[in-house]
Write a protein that binds this ligand. Structure first.
Ligand SMILES: [Zn+2]
Length: 439
């Protein structure tokens, strides 16, 4: 067995050397056993010998999410003849939100699961988890296996921490153990949780309810949030709310998570950027969204993910669908040399056609965020007999003027504005800002 190296706080050269070793090992397998890579090499006349180092990775074309969704089996390594841990399927998670409503399987072998535990552990280390922490897992259960709820439990195991799953909500009529908001608040209080982990919209509701009910959240010192964008003004509000009910030095650590990572890139301090928690497992690139050519260091572009150490589903130069900026300099906060995304990743969604006008969903969300700050909202696009309808639902509270005008100015489409209870939002495990309900 290869000696275990702690790469998180290793020198740049140590990280690079270990990555090259993992890349060589993976390419030995992928060029023979990975259907997608074999097809790509055959089409371009390339062979294993063309990939001497990671610098040659760019010879492979970018893989788009749609390509993975159309044929997930082509991205699974044929592990026959390899050691049992590399062959045995440990679990399958699903990416959500395909336009056809069909979830895409992401398969992990036992070997991969051991790597996921290492990755989860490093996420906790970067975020400053301590041996005496108690995690409140505030992710809802989902109707298909999904990383958020499940991996939070595994993360606790990876660092030998205590965890309590609050099981909010009901993902299915066949599920009977869901808890309402007051129960969730009780569970956090009586378990003396120090660390709240969930999507920001729900963590915010739990903290607000705790303040109203006078629940004892005095042990809380950290919130880990993921899955939804959190503008800085909203982070500031959540931090202030945490400090009112919890410890006076509480803070909020944001993660850029995805099924394809089986975890997330995390902040070690507010505004530190999102650290790659396992540089031996994940390699990141930034390319031009149109040409797919590398952008100069420090420039923004499409984020590509390459798996360096997996044996189940393996993705090479895979476009996660977000735009950000990569830094390979040492983190000034924690001293790690692992790379960081230093701009909040923003989705490049497909444009939506609403009432004949092409609209960027991100532009819709940003126009309203600028006015509402931390207040929750959601756009839905619905098909009605008279044509498309753009609805903007805003969490109940004081009326706010100018919303419809701001959206019209930004996008060319005028929404109807409604003030609604939180339950009126259309939500899965996270609150999507723009939901196209016409399909
Ligand atoms: Zn750091």
């Amino acid at each position: 067995m290869h000696a275990v190296i702690d790469l998180l706080y290793a020198a740049r050269e140590t990280i690079d050397a270990e990555r090259e070793r993992c890349f060589a090992e993976l390419m030995d397998l992928a060029t023979v056993r990975h259907p997608r890579t074999r097809a790509r090499l055959a089409a371009s006349g390339l062979a294993r010998s063309d990939f001497a180092s990671l610098a040659d990775l760019a010879k492979l074309p970018v893989t788009l999410k749609t390509e993975y969704m159309q044929d997930p089996d082509a991205f699974r390594l044929d592990a026959s003849g390899l050691p049992g841990e590399m062959r045995t399927v440990w679990d399958v998670m699903y990416t959500t939100g395909t336009s056809a409503g069909q979830p895409t399987p992401f398969v992990s072998t036992a070997y991969d699961f051991f790597r996921i535990l290492e990755l989860n552990r490093n996420m906790l280390r970067l975020r400053g988890a301590r041996p005496d922490d108690v995690i409140a897992n505030l992710f809802p259960l989902t109707a298909v296996p999904h990383g958020a709820f499940i991996r939070a439990l595994h993360a606790a195991a990876s660092m030998n921490l205590r965890v309590v799953a609050a099981l909010p909500g009901n993902p299915s009529p066949y599920f009977t153990l869901g808890n309402d908001l007051d129960h969730v608040v009780d569970i956090v209080a009586r378990s003396r949780a120090t660390l709240l982990w969930g999507v920001p919209s729900f963590v915010r509701r739990v903290v607000a309810r705790a303040a109203e009910a006078g629940a004892d959240f005095s042990a809380v010192r950290l919130a880990f949030v993921t899955g939804e964008g959190l503008p800085e003004v909203a982070r500031d509000e959540l931090t202030a709310a945490l400090r009112r009910v919890g410890r006076p030095d509480s803070w909020v650590s944001i993660s850029y998570g995805s099924t394809e990572i089986q975890g997330g890139m995390v902040e070690c301090a507010p505004g530190s950027g999102y650290h790659n928690p396992a540089p031996d497992q994940l390699y990141l690139e930034i390319v031009d969204p149109q040409t797919h050519l590398p952008v100069p260091p420090g420039h923004s572009g499409l984020v590509l993910l390459t798996h360096l150490k997996r044996r189940g589903t393996v993705l090479l130069r895979y476009a996660l669908g977000d735009i950000s900026v990569l830094s390979r300099s040492r983190c000034p906060h924690c001293g790690s040399w692992t790379e960081r995304l230093v701009a909040m990743p923003r989705r490049i969604d497909e444009l939506l056609k609403i009432k004949g006008t092409l609209v960027n969903p991100d532009v819709l969300a940003q126009a309203v965020e600028a006015i509402l700050g931390a207040r929750e909202f959601q756009f839905t696009i619905e098909r009605e007999p008279s044509g498309d309808r753009l609805r903007l639902k805003v969490a109940a509270g004081p009326d706010i003027a100018g919303l419809a005008e701001a959206v019209k100015k930004a996008s060319g489409v005028t929404p109807t504005v409604e003030f609604v209870a939180f339950d009126a939002f259309t939500a899965g495990w996270k609150l999507k800002r723009v939901m196209d309900l016409r399909r």
